[in-house]
Ligand binder design. Structure first.
Ligand SMILES: [Zn+2]
Length: 174
């Protein structure tokens, strides 16, 4: 990706988080003992995602999504949701995309699902996690153990992804 300066912040956390902030800086938060080589490899592995995120944030300080981006995101979400719904044996009615800040996704009792447009900025596996999470609510209207077991079946390491969203999500409020 050419040379993109990485700002490395050591903290007490136990995992490494990668983010692109609204100023277009790539920030890595890592545990103190994380070897530099490991961090570099991770950045290299996420190069596509970083590039995409950079392209998006550098378009303006307060990021608005274009109609085209919205449409593309909706198509992608629809495609992934249909894919997972058939795997999971559930059916949803309508999928909507909203520019919500408060939540990543929601599922109504009527079987409609909705996703935050901010997920555009998340890596694909995170979008899949949010989709599987909401689809699992079509069967389990709670966060019971059976709910999580279902999510985990179709989206391994679900709790790790949930944590990733918690750690990085606020940075997507652009
Ligand atoms: Zn939930």
């Amino acid at each position: 990706m050419g040379h993109v300066p990485i700002k490395l912040i050591y903290s007490k956390r136990r995992t490494i988080a990668l983010m692109v902030n609204r100023r277009g800086e790539v920030i890595v938060r890592a545990p103190r003992r994380a070897p530099l080589k490991f961090i570099e490899d991770l950045v290299e592995k996420r190069r596509d995602w970083i590039q995409q995120a950079l392209a998006r944030v550098t378009m303006g300080p307060i990021r608005q999504f274009s109609v085209r981006e919205k449409l593309e995101f909706k198509l992608l979400a629809q495609e992934r949701a249909e894919y997972f719904a058939s795997l999971m044996g559930v059916e949803f009615k309508k999928l909507t995309v909203r520019n919500t800040v408060s939540r990543w996704g929601s599922c109504s009792r009527a079987g409609n699902i909705s996703f935050s447009l901010r997920l555009i900025l998340a890596p694909p596996e995170i979008l899949d996690y949010v989709i599987v999470h909401e689809l699992a609510h079509l069967k389990h209207h709670n966060h019971s153990n059976s709910f999580w077991a279902m999510v985990e079946t179709y989206c391994p390491k679900a709790k790790q992804k949930r944590k990733w969203l918690r750690d990085n999500g606020e940075k997507f409020v652009l």
